[in-house]
Design a protein around this ligand. Structure first.
Ligand code: 5GP
Ligand code: ZN
Length: 114
């Protein structure tokens, strides 16, 4: 998928409205449209890369910026127990091929994941 067709690029650009729960110069946090936990946020890098490792290769500072927003959100909302997920590849459940970090909290999580 090219960046011009990418739904998360459109959200980052403001072409599709989504309230920013937190943001910095390199990433934004939004609520997942279809939450699977009471807290389900998506942390999106502003740059289009297909997955987290591709972002690490092209811009490790921007990858780190995702974690800065996790730090901000979890501190602000006093979230101590949470799960961070990068689904990578369709076989692992990735459906949007713009790198994004799921922040899930507010319920118990099982291991191994489904
Ligand atoms: P993936 O399956 O790629 O790991 O995660 C993609 C996530 O994006 C899914 O949890 C899905 O609910 C969410 N999502 C897809 N389209 C939109 C959208 O337009 N807005 C928001 N806020 N979330 C979306
Ligand atoms: Zn994109």
């Amino acid at each position: 998928m090219s960046a011009t067709e990418c739904i998360f690029c459109k959200i980052v650009a403001g072409e599709i409205p989504a309230p920013h729960l937190a943001s910095n110069s390199e990433a934004i946090a939004i609520a997942d449209i279809s939450p699977v936990a009471p807290t389900h946020y998506l942390i999106l890098p502003r740059t289009h890369e297909a997955n987290a490792v591709a972002l690490h290769r092209s811009n490790p500072t921007e990858l780190s910026a995702l974690f800065a927003l996790v730090d901000e959100l979890t501190q602000r909302e006093a979230i101590n127990d949470y799960r961070l997920v990068f689904n990578t590849g369709a076989g692992a459940g990735q459906s949007v091929f713009h790198a994004h970090l799921h922040l899930l909290a507010g319920r118990a999580f099982t291991w191994p994941p489904g």
